[in-house]
Design a protein around this ligand. Structure first.
Ligand code: ANZ
Ligand code: ZN
Length: 811
């Protein structure tokens, strides 16, 4: 019989499902492993290569851990709220609930056709009321802890998706979903105070054994900056403005001050003759994106207010300007400008002819020497032109200057973060309703917990309104409710939660997916947390990965989860490009559909090839030839095992080869080097292919193959080797350390002094062991047929000489 994947794969998929061999037991004496992939959103397009890569990697890993004796959980669910599902529904004119279910059914069939060992008994769906009840519940805990607040502000707005966006959803100035350039819109929004967790999110990273690039990206996103606030007094008044600076050592070099255009004190400084100009400028800036404002290549813009402040260190009068390169939300929204030592200030001062005063000189310059600056000198150095502080090094001067100002309460240390609070409301239909009620008398009142979930009402029209209100706002009988506190008439919050809500805690729900009383049983959380390995994309590093760490840390502080961090390990993957080396896209026509490959070559080829394409974290291009190579390999495996011959004696060398492969392939999997695992299997086949193996040895070969190509391994294991229990419930072979260390030597075999063969054997074997190897050798057997052996001479690790009756020696 020939290898025919279409015949065997479905059969085993059904068998695995019927026998629930991948369901993880809560009660088991085994140690646990929790392997997680980022659950997909079910779009009409189905799952693509980008999903397949982490799922197969996770599956290979999970299968290996299962075989290594761990109670292994590898769950799956659906991130089904959010824009993609909703946009699909609108386009195809079906209710999101119906289209989503259809897409889920389709995606489920796909993953099953790939032979992924998901535990379907734990399947979740974020749009299921039994699930989003707990998403709403967690939101209420955040609200009650003061970590959810309402504010009106300029937020990122996507005019195509007609909704507000979080900062994390704006990539290079564009909507993360659809690529439209993001505008600013003034809207009432709900925010989550993720900034309150900035330090915890940073500290938590220290103890995580994650790849450095991911940690660094989160660290930069949080962007902690250790600096100083300094007060600049307003003449003839008790008022002041505060600046945030990381360079108080440059305080003597301040030649002007800049307010962000949105700063509340702008009008206070503006003199009558500048009033119109400033007003116009502020309006213009409102239209700009943050990217445009901070672009270093663009010419700086700004307007003087006509007002002044006083530098607290030397009482110099400093003019106050308004310029858009200073951002309203960062620090204090005010910058003390030091053009001699800051590039942005340098450009600005040159453009508007403002004075430039050097106060730092490089350490190697002669004391007090003043070089003519041709650009800003931004390094630390020695102070000059700074009365009382000249000659000090920057770092010492920083401390001394702040100390001096601190005496008069004019300065103090302060940390700043780039991280901003998370805009948590969306003006769309297909999301979790925010469980709050607005009452004229009582303010914002949470829906009582026993009334959760607040169900998403049925509507006729779910298209976004574009007005900044969600489509829910027009459903009168849903919106109008009694205030839970005073009973007067109130209104429901009509914004919905963002896509990222349901995914911020889904890994907790897998642990106890059907619990009606709690988000999950604490005992079970204790058993399964943390997630041991989380496979996912780099693009989520400062979105989902950060958000879910925030929720988890909050739940930990509330003693609702037993670990400080959700994910012990994160394994990122690279993108798979089309065969032309370009990003796969419909318009380019270079999309490789996994289902086509399954139909042609089978899931095992698809899986193994996907792993073989290159290092898991690397971006790689699909190539059909390579896939055919893997298909050929599996055909050879098929032929190699489907007619196994039983040799009478064991070949010690095969044991040694299998022993080494067992260790290496296992290590490759636990090191996430799936590509070298596959090439290890290929090398292994090359060296054993022309040998006779025992049933046990064939079994070991198949076990090493099983995590990568689960169907063919199962078929050969059950149907050819006639085992009764699934190979995926077998133990990963044990390897012998001593045998690993052993070296090979060439053993010369002579018969009556004539060299007849050279065998590769393990160094240091005893005479008895060597005897059994020599007598099992086919070639030698031929020479010895029927002869009496008079003497067996063995020179350790060098040669054997068999002395037989010379008269009838066959030549
Ligand atoms: C004076 C100064 C002199 C500065 C100098 C730098 C160099 P990080 O490290 O990113 O925190 N800054 C403060 N608030 C700002 C705002 N709202 N918008 C734009 N820029 C702002 O950067 C801190 C520095 O960024 C601060 O230190 C301030 O400029 C500027 F030779 O103050 B510095
Ligand atoms: Zn009330």
């Amino acid at each position: 019989m020939k290898y025919n994947p279409s015949k065997i794969e479905k059969k085993w998929q059904k068998y695995w499902e019927a026998n629930k061999i991948y369901s993880a037991k809560d009660k088991s004496s085994k140690e646990k492993k929790y392997v997680l992939i980022e659950f997909p959103y079910p779009s009409g397009e189905g799952l693509h290569m980008g999903h397949l890569r982490p799922y197969v990697a996770g599956d290979t890993y999970a299968r290996y851990q299962r075989m290594s004796g761990f109670e292994t959980m590898y769950p799956i669910g659906w991130d089904a709220f959010g824009l993609p599902a909703e946009n699909y529904a609108i386009k195809n004119n079906v209710h999101p609930k119906i289209s989503t279910q259809k897409n889920i059914d389709n995606a489920k069939k796909q993953t099953q056709s790939w032979g992924i060992s998901f535990d379907w008994s734990r399947e979740i769906n974020t749009t299921d009321p039994g699930y989003y009840k707990w998403t709403q519940w967690i939101f209420l805990q955040l609200f009650k802890a003061g970590l959810a607040y309402e504010a009106t502000g300029l937020i990122n707005w996507c005019s195509k998706d007609k909704t507000g966006l979080a900062n994390e959803e704006v990539i290079n100035g564009c909507c993360e979903r659809c690529g439209t350039v993001v505008e600013k819109k003034e809207l009432r929004q709900w925010y989550l105070k993720i900034t309150a967790y900035a330090d915890k999110l940073l500290a938590g990273l220290e103890n995580l054994n994650w790849p450095e690039p991911i940690k660094l990206q989160q660290k930069n996103w949080i962007g902690k900056s250790e600096g100083v606030w300094i007060k600049f007094l307003i003449p003839n008044s008790k008022d002041y403005v505060e600046v945030f600076t990381t360079r108080p050592d440059t305080l003597f070099g301040v030649t002007y001050l800049v307010l962000a255009p949105e700063h509340p004190l702008v009008t206070k400084f503006t003199t009558d003759e500048n009033f119109n100009k400033i007003g116009q400028y502020v309006e213009e800036v409102k239209k700009k994106t943050e990217l445009e404002r901070t672009n270093a290549d663009k010419s700086k813009t700004g307007v003087p207010t006509g007002g002044y402040v006083v530098n607290p260190i030397n009482n110099e009068k400093v003019p106050v300007w308004v310029a858009d390169y200073v951002l309203g939300w960062y620090g204090t929204g005010v910058v003390m400008a030091v053009p001699a030592h800051d590039e942005r200030d340098w450009d600005f001062a040159n453009k508007f002819d403002l004075p430039i005063k050097q106060v730092i000189t490089s350490r190697s310059d002669l004391e007090g020497k003043r070089s003519d600056l041709s650009k800003a000198f931004t390094d630390d150095g020695k102070l000059i032109n700074s009365e009382g502080f000249d000659g000090f090094d920057s770092d010492i001067a920083r401390r001394k200057i702040v100390e001096k100002l601190q005496e008069k309460r004019l300065a103090g240390f302060k940390n700043n973060y780039k991280l901003r609070d998370w805009v948590f409301s969306r003006q769309r239909y297909w999301g979790e309703p925010i469980p709050l009620i607005h009452c004229k008398k009582c303010g914002v009142i949470p829906v009582p917990e026993n009334e959760l979930p607040v169900l998403l009402p049925e509507v006729k029209k779910y298209e976004p309104t574009g007005t900044g209100e969600s489509p829910l706002a027009v459903i009168e009988d849903w919106v109008n409710v009694k205030c839970p506190k005073c009973g007067a008439s109130g209104k429901r919050e009509t914004n919905t939660m963002p896509q990222w809500a349901g995914s911020s805690w889904y890994y907790l729900r897998y642990i106890d997916s059907k619990n009606k009383k709690q988000l999950a049983d604490p005992k079970l959380l204790q058993r399964w947390l943390p997630v041991d390995v989380y496979f996912g994309g780099m693009e989520h590093t400062t979105l989902h990965l950060l958000y879910s760490r925030f929720w988890h840390q909050f739940l930990y502080d509330r003693k609702l989860v037993p670990t400080a961090e959700p994910y012990a390990m994160r394994v990122p993957h690279g993108i798979i490009l089309g065969p032309d080396g370009e990003k796969m896209s419909k318009s380019r026509g270079n999309v490789v559909n996994p289902q086509d490959v399954v139909g042609h070559y089978g899931a095992d080829t698809l899986r193994m090839f996907e792993m073989f394409l290159g290092p898991h974290e690397a971006t790689v291009a699909w190539q059909d030839e390579g896939m055919v190579g893997v298909y050929r390999f599996l055909n050879r495996v098929w032929d190699f095992i489907s007619e196994p011959k039983e040799p009478k004696t064991t070949d010690k060398e095969v044991d040694r080869i299998l022993n080494k492969a067992t260790k290496e392939i296992g290590d490759d999997i636990t090191d996430y080097k799936f590509n070298t695992g596959v090439s290890g299997l290929m090398k292994l086949l090359n060296v054993v292919e022309d040998k006779w193996l025992t049933k046990k040895q064939y079994g070991i070969f198949l076990k090493l193959l099983a995590p990568f190509a689960p169907h063919i391994a199962e078929e050969l294991w059950m149907e050819v080797l006639k085992n009764k229990k699934s190979i995926h419930l077998e133990k990963w072979p044990k390897y012998d350390e001593a045998l690993l260390a052993s070296e090979l030597i060439d053993l010369v075999i002579q018969i009556n002094g004539v060299k007849r063969d050279v065998l590769k054997i393990t160094k240091g074997l005893s005479e008895e062991e060597v005897k059994s190897i020599v007598f099992a050798n086919e070639n030698i057997k031929k020479h010895l047929a029927g002869k009496e052996i008079k003497k067996f001479i063995y020179i350790k690790d060098r040669l054997t000489n068999l002395v037989i009756q010379s008269s009838i020696l066959v030549n």
